[in-house]
Design a protein around this ligand. Structure first.
Ligand SMILES: Nc1ncnc2c1ncn2[C@@H]1O[C@H](COP(=O)(O)OP(=O)(O)OP(=O)(O)O)[C@@H](O)[C@H]1O
Ligand SMILES: [Mg+2]
Length: 217
């Protein structure tokens, strides 16, 4: 089967500040990948390039077997790949938790009843029951992270790109996220500084450091 994501020879700089050069990165169906590296090494930047949120100065991006260049090319990518932002504030924009989680399914054409069923199912998975009617911006940091993750899971993506999924989560919440990933998510890239989480969730680990990406295990 074709790879889901294939980056070739990607170089990226913010203005004149080079972040990384000549990066090749492939995600095949069924792969559970960890991406580690020091603060500022470019992990978030790399995920944003895959989603088409940043454009590299050099290199090609192939997702689901198609070259992706224009914003229109990335619409399908954003529908089918679930991206958890490092900062949950960037992910949540509806008044309530329920509306935020239902937004993606409704946007994909699901009925209101079906969307509400997905909200319930997703809240059960992540232990968010009882928070459905809460005003999103009043939630705690960890609760916001879980709701952001819920909005991603609710889309039932074919592949996940998760930027620091365990940040601010307590032990029980981390276990729920791990259990979901292991049992229901087959293909994903997890960026994390949490070594225990990366080791438990992934089977192949890359390190981004000094502008280069290399396979660690
Ligand atoms: N919008 C921007 N404009 C200019 N420089 C930026 C911008 N966003 C990020 N950078 C710089 O690019 C580098 C890579 O940032 P990035 O957020 O990808 O790192 P990261 O590996 O995700 O770090 P962390 O582990 O802290 O999340 C950093 O040095 C950062 O300061
Ligand atoms: Mg980051």
């Amino acid at each position: 089967m074709d790879s889901i994501i294939r980056l070739k020879d990607i170089s990226f700089a913010y203005n004149k500040k080079m972040v990384f050069q000549n990066v090749d990165f492939v995600v095949n169906p069924g792969e559970r990948i960890g991406l580690i590296g020091p603060n500022g090494s470019g992990k978030t930047t790399l995920l944003q390039i895959i989603m088409g949120l940043l454009k590299p100065q050099r290199g090609t991006i192939e997702v689901f077997g198609k070259m992706r260049k224009t914003d229109a090319d990335f619409l399908e990518v954003r529908r089918k790949i679930g991206f958890l932002f490092q900062n949950s504030e960037n992910q949540l924009f509806c008044p309530t938790v329920k509306e935020d989680i239902a937004f993606g399914p409704l946007n994909l054409g699901k009925s209101k009843d079906e969307a509400l069923r997905i909200v319930k199912e997703t809240c059960d998975i992540l232990g968010l029951n009882g928070l459905e009617d809460m005003v999103t911006h009043k939630l705690s940091g960890g609760e916001k992270r879980l709701v952001a993750l819920a909005t991603v899971i609710a889309m039932k993506p074919l592949c996940f790109l998760l930027d620091e999924p365990s940040a601010e989560l307590d032990e029980d919440a981390i276990e729920r996220v791990l259990s979901y990933l292991k049992n229901y998510a087959s293909t994903y890239v997890v960026v994390s500084h949490d070594k225990r989480f990366i080791e438990a969730a992934t089977e192949k680990i890359y390190i981004l450091k000094d502008g280069k990406l290399r396979l660690l295990t």
